[in-house]
Design a protein around this ligand. Structure first.
Ligand code: FES
Length: 150
């Protein structure tokens, strides 16, 4: 076990953890940030997507010891009042069905728009297809991302 001081949603947090502990579990269990979801645990579904220095990463695949000075943002820290353009478009397009994947989907989409504010339809499809939604809301997801970009 070791102590790690991390920057999470703009605040410094110190946690004690085994160096190999995935950030997913540090967030959920040590920091009580339950918005980030566990889906597969092997980097395949995207439910656990967070931002590391504004890039979308799968927190089940990032050990706490690899974070260092990087700024971590979770769904809880994406906006003050749930009013990030992706979140606004998400509600407008009534995207979620079960809702389990949506934090990861929104974080992934927000990272896309940060690096590419005006993505094409193909770029949206490319950027979102790796986040699995078992309800199959993909058309709504793509429409919401396009709306958020507009
Ligand atoms: Fe991390 Fe599925 S839980 S990619």
């Amino acid at each position: 076990m070791a102590n790690y001081t991390l920057t999470i949603n703009g605040k410094q947090k110190t946690v004690e953890a085994d160096p190999d502990t995935p950030m997913l579990w540090v967030l959920r269990d040590a920091l009580d940030l339950k918005g980030t979801k566990y889906g597969c645990g092997i980097g395949q579904c995207g439910a656990c997507t967070i931002h590391m220095n504004d890039n979308a990463v799968r927190s089940c695949q990032i050990p706490v010891s690899a974070i260092g000075e990087s700024a971590i943002t979770t769904i809880e820290g994406l906006s003050e009042k749930g009013d990030h353009p992706v979140q606004v478009a998400w509600k407008k397009h009534d995207v979620p069905q079960c809702g389990y994947c949506q934090a990861g989907q929104i974080m992934n989409a927000a990272a896309l728009l940060k690096r590419n504010p005006n993505p094409s339809t193909d770029e949206i499809a490319d950027a979102t297809h790796g986040n699995i939604c078992r309800c199959g809301t993909y058309n709504k997801i793509k429409a919401a991302v396009a709306d958020a970009a507009a």
